[in-house]
Design a protein around this ligand. Structure first.
Ligand SMILES: *Cc1c(COP(=O)(O)O)cnc(C)c1O
Length: 469
């Protein structure tokens, strides 16, 4: 199985053709609503606005590239997710994107938080997030990280190996703590977009294998441990999942273990965590189910399996990251150079170079991820032509948007906006080529607020101890 969904179509063509899913737009100036945050629109003057702010004004004030976070969209998406998943505990997956201001909203809107490193935990604690509402993940947490989590009193720790069970038990005894723990199990289901594969076992680093018996062994060890309180099992099957088909097999397998534990070990596990991975639309080829359909699907699957097994339905939790923050942000770039590159014969491809790239969005290079973009600084009367938007880094794989129709007169000085960059863009940003990482500006009702400052050269050089003062 390919882990990236459109590479095949992309490379199959002669190079100058659009992929099969990308249609020339009827109106190159129109925004495709499902790709944009809810307040985004093109104003009568041709400029794209988000949160009541013209993106040209944001670029003038804050520079480019800049991530623009639509606060109203983030908050209403979080609320919509929680109301669709009413009855579930919702843990926002902080690794998608977090900063102190955003965690205030996460807390205020009633979500819990997942972290998976000491740094993410440190950020959450320093930002004042209630530790009892934090879940701590990771396949290789250090003793120091576990002690920090115990001392802070995090609500739950998701355990990932037999060694970690033993280590946490010793550390908990020393700290006189009795942490709630979940066991991450691998159900042999791997989901990616609308496809999933179910196998007998999974060749990957996370979790305890159900098929191999490790998960049952781990469960009995935790239950026998006086220091640890077993809350339940945890399963996370992948990312960018659009429907519940992949969850059916996963839930059946994890609940079979859950029921066996009840039956043979005589305990009722109170909780079941079904993980995250709910997908979003990055381009017109993506068609995720709405939150309420996903939630109902998951509930039905769990109810059905519990009835079949004759067990009570456990308290359910889910861990969305991308589905909440992904569509809430766009990235603003300035065009620096355009180039018609000959491809042989009559064919050419328009390359549009912008002032960011793989340092602010590694996903196209890392996962062959597709994005879309629009000319944000003006409407154009010109016809649409197929273009490739690339970054400024010294890598030919430094692609921002592999294929998109842009107005034929796109030129240096234009602003481009790429929607759907809220998740795994700023959080995966790097200083490759010593390019400072962009800041994040939150917009709402015609006002803007910097919530993550743009990095400066001094920020980058401060770690270089050989640098003359
Ligand atoms: C990454 C991750 C998530 C969130 O994934 P999204 O695709 O952003 O929803 C949730 N749970 C676990 C364990 C993860 O590793």
């Amino acid at each position: 199985m390919s882990r990236a969904h459109e590479a095949g179509a992309l490379h199959a063509e002669a190079g100058h053709r659009e992929p099969h899913w990308l249609r020339p737009p009827l109106d190159v100036n129109a925004l495709v609503p499902q790709l944009w945050s809810s307040t985004a629109h093109r104003g009568g003057d041709g400029r794209v606005r988000v949160g009541g702010m013209a993106l040209t004004d944001l670029a003038a004030e804050h520079g480019t590239p800049t991530y623009v976070l639509d606060e109203a969209d983030f908050r209403s998406r979080a609320a919509a997710f929680c109301s669709a998943f009413a009855g579930f505990d919702v843990y926002y997956s902080g690794k998608a994107f977090m900063c102190a201001a955003l965690l205030d909203w996460v807390a205020a809107d009633g979500l819990n938080l997942d972290v998976c490193s000491g740094g993410e935990l440190g950020l959450a604690l320093r930002a004042g997030f209630d530790p009892r509402r934090i879940g701590f993940h990771g396949n290789n947490k250090s003793d120091a990280e576990l002690v920090r989590a115990l001392d802070a009193g995090v609500g739950r720790i998701v355990l990932d190996s037999l060694q970690e069970i033993e280590r946490l038990s010793i550390l908990a005894e020393r700290s006189a703590a009795e942490p709630n723990v979940l066991l991450r199990v691998t159900v042999g289901v791997e989901a990616h977009t609308h496809e999933y594969i179910a196998t007998a076992h999974e060749d990957q680093k996370f979790g305890f294998s159900i098929a191999g018996g490790d998960a049952y062994e781990a469960t009995s060890r935790v239950l026998a441990d006086p220091q640890l309180r077993l809350a339940g099992l945890h399963s996370h099957i992948g990312s960018q999942i659009w429907d519940t088909s992949g969850f059916e097999v996963a839930v059946r397998r994890v609940l079979a273990l859950h029921a066996r534990v009840c039956d043979e070990l005589g305990v009722t596990l109170p909780e079941l965590d079904l993980g995250g991975g709910f997908g979003i639309a990055y381009t017109t080829q993506d068609d995720p189910e709405p939150f309420d359909v996903l939630a109902k699907g998951l509930r039905d699957i769990v109810d059905y399996e519990c009835r079949a097994l004759g067990i009570a339905v456990p308290a359910l939790s889910v861990e969305p990251g991308r589905a909440i923050v992904g569509p809430a942000m766009c990235t603003l770039y300035e065009v620096g150079t355009t180039k018609q590159v000959p491809l042989g014969g009559e064919a050419t491809r328009l390359y549009v170079s912008v002032d960011g790239g793989m340092s602010d969005n590694i996903r196209p290079a890392l996962y062959d991820a597709d994005y879309s973009c629009t000319l944000a600084s003006r409407a154009s009367p010109e016809p649409a032509i197929l273009a490739r938007v690339v970054g400024k880094h010294c890598e030919s794989g430094d692609i921002v948007v592999k294929d998109e129709f842009l107005p034929a007169d796109v030129q240096p000085g234009d602003l481009l906006a790429v929607p759907g960059t809220g998740a795994y863009c700023r959080s995966l940003a790097s200083n490759y080529n010593h390019v400072p990482r962009p800041g994040v500006v939150a917009v709402r009702d015609g006002a803007c607020q910097v919530i993550v400052r743009r990095e400066t050269e001094d920020d980058m050089f401060v770690l270089d101890v050989g640098m003359p003062a």
